[in-house]
Design a protein around this ligand. Structure first.
Ligand code: SAH
Ligand code: SF4
Ligand code: F3S
Length: 475
């Protein structure tokens, strides 16, 4: 996933994350699409199957079993996966016993219907049923179709140590909660991921410590709405907690502090913050610890209060701008990014202009921008008409993309002439003699390698930039 001023549809930027294992056994090819949570889940899947003796392969034609971890957020995310399933067909020509399994959000949305639509699929597994995979594989090996799409109120995979796939050895993702209770009217996630539940902080800290001990220097805490993290002993207790119990529970600000204290050399990031729940406590904790990165992904979706109301987002334009003001007041150097949807049901030109004016006001560092895509069963599909034409959605999308490009450039330029603390993550894509890393604000910085190595922190003076990358030298 890249950041910057392009339209980035993370849900359709699937990438093979299979890696070569060395345990004897059946060969697994595992591919992931969608958000970071899906990539983190694939590491749980890999852990479960490698423990059962599977090895992994990067070539799906060699695989005994292909699993694709899918996304259902927009229609084009699903069509991309359907196309990919056509490629996988080839494996069955080579090896008639090979199995194809669909995991994740599209599996959960379509359930056994998927088996009727895609005849070559043998196994369908929803995001809360991965512990059942060995059993489902056995059923499919016996010649039957196997499905488990049961959503759980408890499952957090807390005790499973993920096998880090596609990693740079420096940054790791850690899921801190699952599901979502928000019911934004456009969104399929509550239907594919089930009820919101937080994970035991002890297991989160243990996973972060293990990552640090294995050489990782950055963890990103993941949840659909991290600000509503609350731990008081598991399950959906949040619903029945008294105010006193809530006061004694561990909230997100406290969890963040616990992770930050593991080691000053472990950077902490998190995603996603929800504007309705993001409170000053979290901002003060961020300001207090140098190793908590000064970057907040705070998706606005629309700059118009009426549209936000129809989206069931739980905040107004004014509330959102107040949260932005709080970030700027408490952490003047913080970067803010956003998600924006154009052409939601009934969006007028005037309402679209309000999104543009909000963007002018905030001047985001980055934004992910999307044309509205109606999703079955959502509140919007049931209650409203998807009445903005594809043409107008695209025209408005182009307008916000152009504006964001301008803002990203301004923001990147503001960082030229300054020194940035950078965590070295990888060799630069542009030159093998350069390293690439990010500063605290999540801006990519490239510089000559010299004597340094991956996982080192260096201070880089930024002397120039492209539209979204800083270029400089270690000082
Ligand atoms: N939990 C996060 C969002 C996760 S989905 C949050 O609330 O901010 C990532 C992004 O996909 C959303 O922020 C939204 O901008 C976009 N998205 C979700 N459903 C969509 C739909 N039906 N059409 C277009 N974009 C959508
Ligand atoms: Fe979807 Fe809203 Fe939940 Fe985000 S907060 S996952 S947009 S329902
Ligand atoms: Fe997609 Fe599911 Fe994530 S729908 S965005 S993979 S939670």
């Amino acid at each position: 996933m890249e950041f910057g001023n392009k339209i980035i549809d993370e849900s359709v930027q699937g990438s093979a994350i299979a890696k070569e294992g060395n345990i004897e056994g059946k060969k697994l090819f595992l591919e992931s699409y969608g958000c970071q949570m899906n990539f983190a889940d694939s590491e749980v899947v890999a852990s479960i199957l490698i423990n059962k003796g599977f090895t992994t392969t990067q070539n799906f034609l060699e695989a005994d079993i292909i699993f694709v971890n899918t996304c259902a957020i927009r229609e084009n995310a699903e069509s991309k996966i359907r196309q990919r399933l056509q490629d996988y067909k080839k494996v069955k020509k080579k090896n008639p016993k090979a199995l194809i399994g669909v995991l994740g959000c599209m599996a959960e949305r379509l359930k056994s219907e998927l088996l009727e639509q895609e005849k070559l699929v043998d196994i369908v597994v929803g995001p809360d049923a991965y512990r059942d995979l060995p059993n489902l594989i056995e059923i499919a090996e016996g010649g039957q179709k196997a499905v488990n799409v049961i959503l759980s109120k408890e499952e957090t995979y807390a005790d499973i140590s993920p096998v880090r796939l596609d990693h740079n050895g420096v940054s790791a993702f850690i899921s801190i909660m699952r599901g979502c209770d928000n019911m934004c009217s456009f969104c399929v996630v509550p239907f594919t991921r089930g009820r919101e539940r937080s994970r035991d902080p002890e297991s989160i800290i243990k996973e972060a410590k293990e990552a640090f001990d294995a050489g990782y220097r950055e963890v990103t805490l993941l949840g659909q709405n991290v600000d509503s993290f609350i731990w008081s002993g598991g399950g959906l207790k949040k619903d029945i907690l008294t105010d006193e119990q809530k006061a004694n529970a561990i909230n997100f600000a406290q969890l963040l502090e616990m992770v930050a204290k593991i080691n000053p050399d472990l950077r902490v990031r998190f995603s996603t913050s929800h504007p309705k729940d993001m409170c000053d406590d979290v901002l003060h904790t961020m300001a207090k610890y140098e190793n908590i990165c000064k970057y907040i992904h705070l998706p606005v979706q629309s700059g118009c209060s009426e549209v936000l109301e129809k989206m069931n987002r739980g905040y107004s334009r004014e509330w959102y701008l107040d949260r932005v003001a709080a970030i700027r007041r408490i952490m003047p150097d913080a970067a803010i990014s956003s998600d924006i949807i154009t052409g939601f049901c009934g969006e007028s030109e005037e309402q679209h202009q309000q999104t543009l004016s909000l963007m002018e006001e905030v001047q985001y560092e980055f934004a992910y921008m999307f044309a509205y895509s109606e999703r079955p069963k959502t509140l919007a599909e049931r209650k409203f008409t998807d009445d903005v034409s594809a043409e107008i959605k695209q025209k408005r999308l182009a307008e916000i993309v152009n504006m964001q490009r301008k803002h990203s450039e301004i923001r990147t330029k503001q960082n030229v002439g300054k020194i940035h603390k950078v965590l070295i993550e990888s060799i630069s894509k542009k030159s093998k003699d350069m390293f690439s890393g990010r500063n605290s604000q999540n801006i990519t910085v490239v510089f000559p390698k010299e004597k340094y190595k991956k996982g080192d922190y260096v201070n880089v003076f930024a002397s120039s930039c492209t539209s979204s990358t800083l270029i400089g030298e270690v000082v």
